[in-house]
Design a protein around this ligand. Structure first.
Ligand SMILES: CC(C)(COP(=O)(O)OP(=O)(O)OC[C@H]1O[C@@H](n2cnc3c(N)ncnc32)[C@H](O)[C@@H]1OP(=O)(O)O)[C@@H](O)C(=O)NCCC(=O)NCCS
Length: 249
């Protein structure tokens, strides 16, 4: 399988449907969503409003409202219910739709960076997504040594310098997507598994310390969200059909 996305972001049909083999990834431009921040605020639950209020700084507060409000709108369309009626439960801070609301067993994961949020939706497959804003000024090798596995760091170091930043972000987003799909806690065991990262190598989980079968259990896909960003999704199982939609407020 060629795990790259040629980045064809389309407008979705009015009626949304999703099958067991689908992964539907939504790209939300938070700058565009800002025009409806007041309406989005009104569909948040009390605990979400309290959480928004606890963010330090208006930018973070607004980003949470825009992201969570838009997520509610997207999920509400799949489930054919009013967005404010949705309820979430949390395991390790990972939100899931309350089972009693969700006859379709929708699963989702979101990630935000810079001006974008990605929301990846499946019908009952574990899913994780990560988007990062590329920064050339980061101490990439130092971060890699702290968080990446031995195999990943060795591969990264061996690359010619101009290829290292791309490989670093490929590795980072694939790792985060996988760890988010599994709903693992933060900073847990990032060095205990490896993903591919060399240029031209298909996105994949390549090594785990726990269960060797785990490698075959996951599909990893690179997503091209916008210039200057890098993203990846990890989904349980194979034979997956990805679709990419632009959210229109
Ligand atoms: C919290 C974490 C899950 C992602 O954090 P992040 O990259 O800062 O944020 P993202 O925007 O990608 O994702 C945040 C969203 O993921 C969801 N989320 C929260 N906890 C989660 C978990 N344990 N698993 C999966 N998803 C989770 C939430 O919806 C959250 O958005 P919300 O707060 O608006 O509800 C976590 O993986 C993390 O902090 N990792 C940092 C590890 C690290 O330093 N890696 C370095 C290189 S590998």
């Amino acid at each position: 399988m060629n795990n790259t996305n040629p980045a064809i972001w389309r407008e979705a049909a009015e009626e949304l449907s999703i099958d067991r083999n689908d992964v539907q990834v939504w790209r939300v431009d938070l700058r565009t969503a800002r025009c409806e921040i007041e309406q989005l605020r009104q569909i948040l639950s009390n605990d979400e409003l309290q959480r928004a209020g606890r963010f330090y700084g208006q930018q973070h507060r607004e980003r949470f409202i825009l992201a969570r409000g838009t997520l509610r709108r997207i999920l509400g369309r799949y489930m054919n219910i009013h967005p404010e009626k949705l309820g979430f439960s949390y395991i390790n801070s990972k939100p899931e739709i309350m089972p009693e609301l969700d006859g379709k067993r929708l699963r989702f994961n979101i990630s935000h960076a810079g001006d974008y949020m990605l929301a990846a939706i499946t019908a009952d497959r574990m899913i994780g997504v990560d988007i990062e804003l590329i920064s050339v000024d980061r101490p990439h090798l130092r971060i890699a040594e702290r968080f990446f596995s031995h195999r990943e760091t060795t591969t990264l170091r061996a690359l010619p310098e101009p290829q290292q930043i791309g490989a670093f972000y490929a590795c980072w987003t694939r790792k985060e997507a996988y760890i988010k799909a599994r709903g693992l806690g933060v900073f847990r065991g990032l060095d205990c598994f490896s993903v591919s990262l060399a240029p031209g190598e298909a996105a994949a989980l390549t090594e785990t310390e726990s269960d060797p079968e785990e490698i075959k259990r996951w599909t990893i896909l690179d997503i091209n969200p916008a210039s200057g960003y890098r993203a990846a999704a990890a989904v349980e199982g194979g034979d997956v059909k990805f679709r990419f939609y632009d959210w229109k407020p």
